[in-house]
Design a protein around this ligand. Structure first.
Ligand SMILES: Nc1ncnc2c1ncn2[C@@H]1O[C@H](COP(=O)(O)OP(=O)(O)OP(=O)(O)O)[C@@H](O)[C@H]1O
Ligand SMILES: [Mg+2]
Length: 424
């Protein structure tokens, strides 16, 4: 613990550095903290250099879509070097349920400055939105303006949270715009980004723009990519902390990887909390014990929406813990690449949790059905017919939370998911 030579202020300082080395709540904004995603970055760069091509970045919630979209220009121009002026203009907008085609493009143009003299050496005196009149924007106007701007500066436009755009007319106009830009070979690149399993889900009009759209699917991260997140954060901590270095045991990293389930948010959150625990104990080596302390504090900080759906899912008027056990088993079930699992995938983990040989599916299938109902927070959704039923967590961030909570509350034996000692 802190003593005369190590006053608490130095601990606060280290905690602050560890806080900045990981980023659980915000998209990554620096290339140096960005891990993995090699294929997707290569495809995105390819899109930028193919005239008339645009990109569509899609995947589950929280897999890292925004982080990658935000950094494409930086990967190309290496503008993380502060003395190099950015080569690209990178307007980025987030759609909301009330956005429409006009509001999205006004916001995009509002983020593009124009200069008194040509080039960025002149003084920025306004933005392109102020050049628009009140008439609703249409694909032709957008095309003309983008053509004029892109003749002077390279443009990468990111339209994020596209799944939240409900207005079907606006979605169709957006598809028309992409097609027009592509047909006229306008040298501006647009990335549509959103939560979806398939491209068609994100943009139903996709068929008409298929040739001009490169699909970039963001899957859950591989274990090595999750490990890279932990290592990059530790490297950053060590480069900033003068008198205290941190490293992690292989076991600690393996646990963070297992618990994160391919979701970078949890890798940041758990690594950060484990760092805090090690710093407070003044131990330079992050051990499994620190990760477990991290699990306790990480699960305390879950989003309110996660907490309330969890509560609804497992609430029981009778003292009956079996719903909670089934939910943990669902969270531990093997899934396909879209996060779906079958009832038989729940069978094994649930049997391990209940310390039974092999439970019958019929003994818990009613729980799976209940979890899909609103009275249970619709914590699961289902697909497929009677004999091919598959389920998945409606909120991808829920499964790791459920596991962490069960661990923190001592409801499951860590051996049930011990990454270094699988208990198959
Ligand atoms: N390649 C990466 N390397 C390191 N950290 C990452 C990477 N990608 C994402 N993250 C981290 O994961 C978390 C989620 O990332 P991000 O917000 O980009 O995901 P998203 O798919 O856009 O989420 P949402 O669906 O909620 O919009 C953030 O905390 C971010 O810091
Ligand atoms: Mg995002």
């Amino acid at each position: 613990m802190a003593n005369e030579e190590n006053p608490p202020s130095s601990i606060y300082n280290r905690i602050a550095i560890a806080g900045g080395a990981f980023s659980p709540s915000a998209p990554i904004s620096r290339v140096t903290l960005f891990a993995g995603r090699h294929q997707q970055v290569m495809r995105s760069i390819d899109v930028v250099y193919r005239r008339g091509q645009h990109g569509i970045i899609f995947g589950e919630r929280g897999v890292g879509k925004t982080s990658m979209a935000n950094l494409i220009a930086d990967f190309i121009s290496r503008s993380d070097k502060v003395d190099v002026p950015p080569r690209f203009l990178t307007p980025r907008v987030n759609c909301t349920a009330s956005s429409d085609y006009d509001s999205i493009w006004r916001e995009v143009f509002g983020r593009i400055p124009y200069f008194e003299n040509s080039g960025e050496t002149g003084l920025a005196i306004g933005n392109f939105a102020s050049k628009l009149n009140d008439k609703k924007l249409d694909p032709g106007t957008v095309q003309n303006l983008l053509e004029a701007i892109s003749s002077q500066r390279d443009l990468i436009i990111v339209i994020d949270e596209f799944d939240r755009l409900r207005d079907t007319k606006s979605r169709r106009l957006m598809a028309d715009t992409l097609k027009t830009l592509s047909d006229h070979s306008i040298d501006a690149t647009i990335f549509l980004v959103g939560v979806a399993d398939t491209v068609d889900q994100l943009i139903a009009e996709h068929q008409s723009v298929a040739r001009s759209m490169m699909q970039i699917q963001m899957q859950r991260m591989e274990d090595d990519e999750i490990k890279e997140i932990v290592q990059k954060g530790l490297d950053r901590f060590n480069s900033q902390s003068e008198d205290f270095r941190l490293r992690a045991t292989d076991e600690a990293v393996a646990w963070i990887t297992t618990l994160a389930r391919g979701l970078p948010h949890y890798a940041h959150l758990l690594a950060q909390k484990a760092c805090y625990a090690a710093i407070q104990g003044e131990q330079p080596e992050i051990s499994l014990n620190h990760v477990m302390q991290g699990v306790s504090s990480a699960h305390d900080e879950a989003h309110q929406s996660t907490l309330s759906s969890y509560g609804a899912a497992v609430y029981s008027a009778h003292k009956n813990a079996t719903l909670a056990e089934t939910l943990v088993a669902c969270a531990l079930a093997d899934t396909d690449s879209l996060g779906f699992f079958a009832p038989r995938d729940v069978q094994k983990p649930l049997s391990r949790i209940r310390k039974k040989k092999m439970l019958q599916i019929a003994s818990f299938s009613n729980h799976l059905e209940e979890f899909c109902e609103s009275k249970r927070g619709t914590v699961l959704e289902k697909r497929g017919g009677k004999n091919r039923l598959r389920y998945r967590f409606t909120d991808s961030l829920m499964a790791p939370y459920v596991i962490m909570r069960a661990l923190a509350e001592g409801k499951i034996d860590p051996n049930v998911l011990n990454p270094s000692r699988p208990t198959a």
